[in-house]
Design a protein around this ligand. Structure first.
Ligand code: LFR
Length: 476
């Protein structure tokens, strides 16, 4: 296959980036050029917690313009982001700022939805774990406010960006699988469920698979970006976790993965979904993967616990150095509290150290006192939740886990990787850090003919270009 370059836009909950990937599979080459990085986060407005989509669009298009200046041969653009959130549109115009999934409005909506369709049935149909912010619940809140009556279109965040770039409306399948409205058995919109929930079927866009063309850039956009005419947006695994899993350099039959950023997504890759009662009770999800694979995983709270604690401590203007804090955490001796990292009280933004202390008081565990102890307690609690989720994934799926791959920002956190290996009693292979962008790049590269083969061939290229770092579990 020929060599070439593509541009990946990867939007995370705390930062976004534009990366140009150069791919030459026959030469074993996969390089990333980090073109732009910009902050992201919730904006609290009178109506609740929102995303600043216009600001993100400005930052990512500035990044893309830089990408075309630096690498005029960029052949296509792919966009991925966090899941579940969407914009409502009418006549191509956004009906307000999209809500952030950490907004509190969904609590009442959950009961409304379950009164119409019990959770056990939702799970059988969609295979999706219960998370109070799944799109299906958010839409019940929109419905109650009359917003769905106004909308003629709903686009998940990456599809919304794709629409701004191309004018084409699609629903990329891996991300659509996180709405709760796609049948796990067929990968199609669940029209019967949509009707039973009283949702307007016409707002949902046609589903497309990763690798499909979304469409060429609108001419004004191409001009703004300095891009050659006809450059296309290509659908990738537009759910960031789907792209990350593409780039886990694993042998799926004997590995678990932890895609660790804001969230820690812990699971295995399967050919077929598992929607048993046991899987439902363990709250494991069957999200759509690239090439029809199943991402059988559980959401663990992730580095949010640390980043939001740091943000809380910094609220008076003091700057905290994260590597320093983690070094101090690593030198804490003696027991620290191991709390339930999955407790829903940790979901909303705010005083996380206070809520950790409150959890400890309720469970008769001595709370951490210093910041270093808090950081250590968070790392230990995450490592424990990760190890537990790996065990559960293995039991529920039958995958005999010999290695745990940690990808994403968490792969840089040595203490977390080491303690996860220790607590699981299984070696951890850490990296690549930019797995999501790499998965985005590889799916585009394959669509452009710069790479070929199944996910195993693409993962072989990742393993060659980004050798993982190994953590052996401590002897017990
Ligand atoms: C990770 C992620 C998770 C999803 C959460 C909310 O960035 O996409 O997979 O459950 O964000 O969308």
């Amino acid at each position: 296959s020929a060599a070439g370059a593509v541009a990946a836009v990867d939007l995370g909950a705390t930062s976004g980036r534009v990366i140009v990937g150069h791919v030459d599979q026959s030469a074993g080459r996969l390089d990333l050029d980090h073109v732009a990085r910009f902050p992201n986060g919730p904006v609290r407005m009178a109506s609740g917690l929102h995303w600043d989509v216009a600001g993100l669009y400005r930052d990512l298009t500035n990044g893309l313009a830089d990408a075309f200046r630096r690498e005029p041969a960029v052949a296509s653009i792919g966009v991925d982001s966090w899941a579940v959130d969407y914009g409502l549109l009418r006549g191509g115009r956004l009906l307000g700022e999209p809500f952030h999934y950490r907004d509190a409005r969904n609590e009442a909506a959950v009961d409304t939805v379950h009164a119409r369709v019990p959770f056990a049935e939702l799970y059988r149909r969609s295979g999706l774990q219960f998370l109070p912010f799944n799109t299906v619940y958010q839409l019940a809140a929109e419905q109650a406010g009359g917003w769905l009556d106004l909308a003629d279109s709903l686009l998940l965040v990456p599809d919304l960006i794709g629409f701004q770039l191309t004018g084409a409306r699609v629903a990329e399948r891996t991300n659509a699988s996180t709405t709760g409205l796609v049948e796990v058995a067929t990968g199609e919109w669940d029209d019967e469920l949509i009707a039973r929930l009283g949702l307007p079927a016409s707002v949902f866009a046609p589903l497309v698979d990763p690798g499909a063309s979304v469409g060429p850039l609108r001419p004004e956009v191409a001009a703004d970006l300095g891009a050659p005419a006809g450059i296309e947006v290509v659908a990738v695994g537009s759910h960031d976790t789907a792209s990350a899993v593409v780039a886990v350099p694993m042998r799926a039959e004997s590995a678990a993965y932890i895609s660790c950023g804001t969230w820690g997504l812990v699971g295995v890759e399967l050919e077929r979904p598992v929607t048993t009662d046991a899987a439902r009770e363990a709250n494991f999800t069957n999200e759509g993967g690239v090439d029809g694979r199943v991402r059988f995983l559980h959401n663990v709270m992730g580095l949010w616990l640390l980043s939001e604690s740091v943000r809380w401590w910094e609220r008076d203007g003091e700057a905290i150095d994260l590597p320093e804090l983690l070094a101090a955490a690593a030198s804490v001796t003696g027991e620290v509290a191991v709390f339930d990292a999955n407790d829903p009280r940790f979901l909303p933004p705010g005083d996380l150290p206070g809520r950790i202390a409150e959890w400890c008081a309720e469970h008769d565990v001595p709370a951490p006192r210093t910041r270093a102890e808090f950081a250590r307690s968070i790392v230990e609690s995450l490592a424990e939740a990760f190890a537990g989720a790996v065990r559960t994934a293995s039991v529920l799926s039958g995958v005999d886990v010999e290695t745990i791959h940690v990808v994403g920002g968490g792969a840089l956190n040595e203490l977390l990787c080491r303690r996860t290996a220790d607590r699981a009693g299984i070696p951890v292979l850490a990296g690549p850090v930019e797995a999501t962008a790499i998965g985005n790049v590889l799916v585009q590269a394959r669509a452009q003919g710069f790479a070929s083969g199944d996910l195993e061939s693409l993962r072989a290229l990742v393993a060659q270009a980004f050798a993982p770092r190994r953590y052996e579990p401590a002897a017990r």
